[in-house]
Design a protein around this ligand. Structure first.
Ligand code: ASP
Length: 337
């Protein structure tokens, strides 16, 4: 029988309602799962449960929590066949992306899940999300960090939160699902990351100062000049379409030329897109200024990758080089870069 470790970090799945709204409730959650007979039914993996302290609404998760969750997986890596991480949906895609970079040579499933309705409520989606994630983690087929939610298994660093209302909270606009769970679980093995030959290792992330800017019609680029100091190591710019920005009236190039050590990554506001700054003149300014293409990465993956690369390398040129290349299946790499 396979053994899995469930790591409860907070989020709606284990929340109960208090005076000011829903908050994580470890005591309730522990009791609820220990009384769920289906978690011990035949065919289910053996499991243990650990909790991070404090349990958090995931909107409050920081790099410190990513490091704590990653450490828990790393410390227990040899003792379990798979891991299920219960996490709030708000920043689940960021945590999944961060973990995907922190683990190298991962050969076991790490499945993040949660729910839109708390387990304490009758219509909770948490029960199925938890049970199916445990089964997927127990079978050991996927060897990557994934999100399982509402019947779909998605690569973690390709997923983005799409709905705050529906039971299908996540989509993976630029990469197919790794599995779908209907009457049976259908795996899309062709989409899995290939088995890695390197040994499993784990790297903590540094809390590097980075930023995200979303462009909009009328944006005044000059207002951002005071931010562009050596203190700001990286920026993810959410641009229009395939990497286009409004007319900068000639201010952007000189600004960015001064900020040579800041890594500017160009992503798209369109969930389904691949950035190509050569397509339109409106994208070319960024390219001339030394920005790198985020290609088809989600903003979540680009943010997590910046944290990771700045934790590994000092040289901004080295970071720019790696940013455009596929490290953990987070982007589709063209051969001509
Ligand atoms: N605010 C909650 C959280 O992210 C939402 C959820 O879990 O669905 O922790």
């Amino acid at each position: 029988m396979s053994r899995i470790l469930i790591i409860h970090t907070g989020g709606t799945i284990g929340m109960t309602k208090k005076d000011n709204g829903y908050v994580p409730d470890g005591e309730y959650f522990r009791k609820a799962v220990f009384h769920m007979d289906s978690l011990r039914a035949e065919g289910m993996p053996e499991w243990n449960l650990v909790e991070t302290d404090p349990l958090l609404d995931s909107s409050r998760v920081t790099v410190a929590e990513w490091n704590r969750i990653g450490s828990l997986v790393a410390e227990n890596y040899e003792n379990y066949d798979g891991f299920v991480i219960l996490h709030g949906t708000d920043t689940m895609a960021y945590t999944a992306s961060a973990l995907s970079f922190m683990f190298k040579g991962l050969n076991k499933p790490v499945i993040l899940t949660g729910s839109q309705i708390p387990l304490c409520e009758t219509r909770s989606d948490g029960r199925d999300n938890l049970i199916t994630s445990m089964i997927i983690a127990g079978t050991g087929k996927v060897r990557e960090v994934c999100i399982y939610f509402g019947g779909l298994l998605l690569r973690g660093n390709r997923a983005t939160k799409y709905s705050a209302d529906g039971m299908q909270a996540f989509v993976s606009p630029n990469y197919p699902p790794l599995a779908s769970a209907g009457i049976s679980i259908q795996y899309n093995e062709a989409a899995f990351l290939k088995k890695r030959a390197d040994r499993f290792s784990f790297r903590k992330l540094e809390d590097v100062p980075i930023g995200v800017i979303k462009v909009f019609p009328g944006i005044r680029f000059e207002l951002f000049e005071p931010l562009l100091t050596d203190k700001l190591k990286g920026i993810v710019a959410e641009t229009f379409g395939s990497g286009n920005i409004p007319d900068d009236r000639g201010v952007l190039l000189p600004m960015l030329e001064k900020a040579v050590n800041t890594v500017l990554v160009v992503c798209s506001q369109c969930p389904q897109a691949t950035v190509d700054m050569n397509t339109y003149e409106a994208g070319n300014t960024l390219k001339k200024a030394g920005a790198v293409s985020g290609r088809d990465m989600t903003t979540e993956a680009a943010v997590a990758k910046l944290y990771y690369l700045f934790s590994v390398y000092d040289d901004p040129q080295r970071i720019k080089f790696s940013m455009e290349r596929d490290i953990r299946g987070e982007l589709t790499q063209k051969y001509d870069i």
